[in-house]
Design a protein around this ligand. Sequence first.
Ligand code: C2O
Length: 518
Amino acid sequence: MRLRMDRRAFVEGSVRLGTLALVGCRVTMHDGAGLKDSAAVASPSVRRSLTSSAAEDDVELYKKAVALLKASGVWQAQATLHSNFCTHGNWFFLPWHRFYLMYFEEVCRHALRQAGESDTFSLPYWNWPDTGRKIPGIFWGDGNPLFNSSRSMGPNDTYADAACGDGTLDSIRLINNFLDFGGGRAGAQQEWGGSGQLEGTPHNTIHAATGGDMGALASPLDPIFWLHHANVDRLWATWQASNPHMIPSYPNAQDSTAQSRQGMLLDGNFWLNFALDGFEDINGKRFTKKVKDCLDPARMAKPYIYDTLVPKNDHREGSPAPDGTHEPYSLLGNVAPKPSLGLSGSGTAKGVLRDLVYVELKDQGLVIKVDQTNKIISANINLSPAIRHYITRLSDKPSYTGSLTLLVEKIPIPTDDLVHRIALDFYANHPNLTTETDASDPQFLSSYSFFAHTHPGAPHTVSIRIALNQPFLRMRAAKVEPKKALLLQILVKDRLLQTLPNLDFFSSLHFRLCYIET
Ligand code: C2O
């Protein structure tokens, strides 16, 4: 294994040079050895889009498996596992659900085998734009095992473009750091660390808007859950293929999210070696799995790949061919070397960890305004010269590794009657924002829906991460890029189009803006 890093100029906005801990780390692993699960590599199964004709057999087998599992009680047991152990709002969200799905697929195969059916089943995935952002037709119809009568959406209702349209999925795919993409640091499986955008935007919205079972922790009771999550997992795999050596970065000393409540350093090593709990084999025996053992689906205990990994419009260099036949991502192997913190010196040398640039604007007496009439919560953030400098450097060249991130913290979780109804749509410097404004405007940043904040002991607020590189590049192209101040606007949208109550409770939000270069 070789660690490849180099050092860059170090600049820090509030004139505090010399904070030399690490925020970014890319690891290259050449030998691929040591992956506990690699014995079964032989022939990965292929998960296909439910809209492709090649998936017809799998859809039929899925229907049969769901009927069998419902009859045997295993269906309910799988949902209970989720209620008890599911992991949301932190950097374990993607790994936990990857394992959960892989074992569920095995549970389906087992049930099919026992019933004398073909067990060549692979879980299909539901790519939301491919069905016009509607629940696919195969999930409707009384008596259909794939139907769930608790949904609040009907067959003709659509999910918001802002949440799962192609434009949104594209900018999420282009996020260039794991924390913004996959979730913020946390020291425990169910500790809130900040939702990444794949989770907070399309994932949460589909749950919340579908409603019924899907809107709550027992969501795997709705058969659509599993195909929804297969797509989330596919988008992670896609992202991994474009960022093949990226793991969650090593924290900068200024990063207040880098220490767990128990005082542990939440670095890449911690993440890789964290044992996730709550998986069961076909005999119902429970076990834990380490994050590092799910990073390459093609090398997991029950290996799989996706039919299509990278959208055809991926313009970046070095992306694998979109045919699913590519060499499965040779990811990290299983150990990231421990960074030597406090490193200094200059020059670029192999084996030397990079310094990073990190600017953080703590809530500097920000005034948060709540416009009740237009349902807009806004705050004007002055952009320091340092941040302005980084904004001018933003680029979508593959070699560019800086990221500008907005952390929105202490978002109060609305009351039960409201929590599934509203979406928070984030805009910047929009001159005439109204409830009609949508994601097609260049000033659109991101959208967030609430989901899975109800574990016992969960906090009363959530925090989210919004990657700003892509939105700022879009604004630059449209010549509406914020220059001196970022007017952050949160449009509160009601999916039911009813009258929203007083929104003053949102005025306790916190914002942080950070720039990290790895
Ligand atoms: Cu653990 Cu989409 O849910």
